[in-house]
Design a protein around this ligand. Structure first.
Ligand code: PEP
Ligand code: MN
Length: 345
């Protein structure tokens, strides 16, 4: 942290800052410039924040130099992390591989889920997605099958061998969802549901944390810090589009998020082009963009009959587009030095 004194600050005002910092157990280093004096602080930033330095006479500005998140920051963890998913440690999401995650937006019936899971498997995806608890904008929309949906997902995993990622929307449901799923998803609408973040932080299952609709990178990483702070560092971040003034797409895929968040954090970054675009014809082009900017995985919605889907049918891929996407997931990542261990076939 750096305290920038106002031009013309008096020496006793600088001394008062130094004394207050030292009294809080910190060290202060003074640099005197021609016009301004700067005091560099070394010690506990959280303790310094409680000192109200900004309000002291002669203080112009207090600038934070280190990041407010610690456990998920690159500053303290220079190597990119790999998160391992599945009972047999079968899927690795991280810098060395590229993973394709596919499945239905929602678990509607056993048959529909098994069909979509088979589509994912046939295309070469190595993880299955699907929502049993659906956070819907309308209370009248299909809310998901709950526990029955989790059981269907577990059966789909049995049949295909694909580990499952599924959303949890309530802290009380976390133990139950963790029992059935291989990875817990925190959806966009819950990115800052702090009790939920703490609850998934307390279980021993990896977590996919989707970016909030209007969340900054710092807010997103602070949300991840809530999970990490409870002891769970197996976190992957998911960029799924943000809300902008544009209405032609459901959301705007922020491709900058991938390299930017990779620079700020050691956590892997997944891109969900389906929820970004809201239109199936954009999903494959956006997935290609995600690969090009260095995403560690893409996650897409698929459905055997999107016209009958109870949730997000317009963005669900048919089998042919999924095959096209899988081909891009096999061909492009090696050009960037990645293996394609997360795509089979
Ligand atoms: C989902 O992945 O099913 C979902 C609801 O996504 P989001 O939270 O990104 O809207
Ligand atoms: Mn959806």
């Amino acid at each position: 942290m750096v305290v920038v004194m106002s031009p013309g600050a008096r020496p006793e005002e600088v001394d008062a800052v130094v004394e207050r910092v030292q009294a809080a157990g910190g060290s202060a280093f003074i640099s005197r410039g021609v016009h301004r004096t700067i005091v560099g602080l070394v010690g506990d930033v959280v303790a310094f924040q409680g000192l109200n330095l900004r309000a002291m006479p002669g203080v112009g500005e207090v600038v934070r130099v280190s990041k407010p998140y610690k456990l998920v920051s690159r500053e303290n963890h220079p190597d990119a992390s790999t998160v391992t998913v599945g009972a047999h440690g079968d899927v690795h999401i991280g810098p060395d591989s590229f993973v394709l995650i596919a499945g239905p937006c929602a678990v509607e019936t056993a048959e529909q889920t098994f069909e979509a899971a088979q589509m994912a498997k046939d295309a070469g995806a190595t993880m299955l997605r699907g929502g049993a608890y659906k956070p819907r904008t309308s209370p009248y929309a299909f809310q998901g099958l709950g526990l029955a949906g989790l059981k269907i997902l577990a059966e789909a995993r049995e049949r295909t061998g694909l580990p499952v990622v599924t959303e949890v929307v309530h802290p009380a449901d976390v133990p139950q969802v963790a029992e059935y799923a291989d990875m817990l998803q925190i959806g966009t609408r819950n990115m800052q549901n702090f009790p939920l973040l703490q609850a998934v932080g307390a279980v021993r299952k990896p977590v996919m944390l989707k970016r909030g609709l209007s969340a900054t990178y710092e807010e997103w990483l602070m949300a991840a810090e809530y999970i990490a702070q409870r002891g769970n560092l197996d976190i992957v971040l998911c960029e799924r589009g943000i809300r902008t003034f544009e209405t032609a797409t459901r959301n705007t895929l922020d491709v900058s998020a991938v390299p930017m968040v990779h620079a700020l954090s050691h956590l892997p970054v997944v891109v969900d082009p389906s929820h970004s675009a809201g239109k199936r014809e954009l999903v494959v082009p956006l997935a290609r963009a995600a690969i090009a900017v260095g995403a560690d995985a893409v996650m897409v919605d698929v459905h055997a009959d999107p016209t009958a889907a109870l949730c997000d049918g317009p963005q669900a891929l048919y089998g042919d587009a999924l095959a096209e996407l899988a081909a891009a997931c096999r061909d492009f990542p090696p050009l960037l030095g990645r293996s394609v261990a997360g795509i089979s076939g």
